[in-house]
Write a protein that binds this ligand. Structure first.
Ligand code: 5GP
Length: 211
């Protein structure tokens, strides 16, 4: 069956816990590779260059745009974020299922370039659960929290552009559901044309009385 990896977009409001969901997927299943984005935002406490992000200056990021090094990029709350091309391409050709944890504008660009990429939006069970998580994380100032909540309200309009909505209430359930979505993508007839054709051709022998 299909050997090329599947490119999956995962989005969700800031604070919904999508980073945790993805970390668990990488830990629990061998199939996945996470694309590490480049960004111009400052590292948060505990973040390392090359692990959470490749941290870039605005000039460096703009040079990468000019050199066509991104699959997609977008501006989000005053900063640039982008998906570097080379790693994604390499992992997909090695058969890894590549996860892009990106925001809505980037997700729509991926959908244009890769129409068969599944898109998943992770949602909180309730609006209040989202605010509590963002405040509880303690990594952002009050001002940033408010700007992210306002942005979340805008992003809520885009939820219907995604194929799948997965509720992150119980983490284990959420991880299993995201994994199940990607696994079932592998089984799509449209991803397995070669297998299907070979099987049908091989079956022609039955017409010749072969057993
Ligand atoms: P944060 O600053 O919280 O790490 O990320 C802010 C937003 O940028 C999140 O919604 C995250 O999914 C998104 N993001 C991270 N990397 C990329 C990327 O490469 N491209 C796009 N379009 N969005 C990204």
């Amino acid at each position: 069956m299909s050997e090329r990896g599947i490119l999956t977009v995962i989005s969700g409001f800031s604070g919904v816990g999508k980073g945790t969901v993805i970390k668990r997927m990488l830990r629990d299943y061998q199939a996945y590779a996470l694309s590490i984005s480049a960004t111009t935002r400052a590292p948060r406490v505990g973040e390392q260059d090359g692990r959470e992000y490749f941290f870039k200056t605005r000039e460096e990021f703009e040079a990468m745009i000019a050199a066509d090094e991104f699959v997609e990029y977008a501006q989000f709350v005053e900063n640039y974020y982008g998906t570097p091309k080379a790693y994604v391409e390499q992992m997909l050709s090695e058969g890894k299922d590549v996860i892009l944890e990106i925001e809505v504008q980037g997700a729509m660009k991926i959908k244009e370039k890769f129409p068969d990429a599944p898109t998943i939006f992770i949602v909180p069970p309730t609006p209040d659960a989202l605010r509590e998580r963002l405040v509880g994380r303690g990594t952002e100032s009050q001002e940033v929290i408010e700007s992210r909540l306002r942005r979340a309200v805008e992003e809520a309009d885009s939820m219907d552009q995604y194929e799948y909505l997965v509720i992150n209430d119980d983490l284990d359930t959420c991880v299993r559901q995201v994994h199940a979505i990607i696994q079932s993508e592998h089984l799509k007839g449209s991803r397995n044309i070669e297998f299907r054709t070979n099987l049908a051709q091989g079956m022609n022998k039955f017409l010749k009385g072969d057993r």
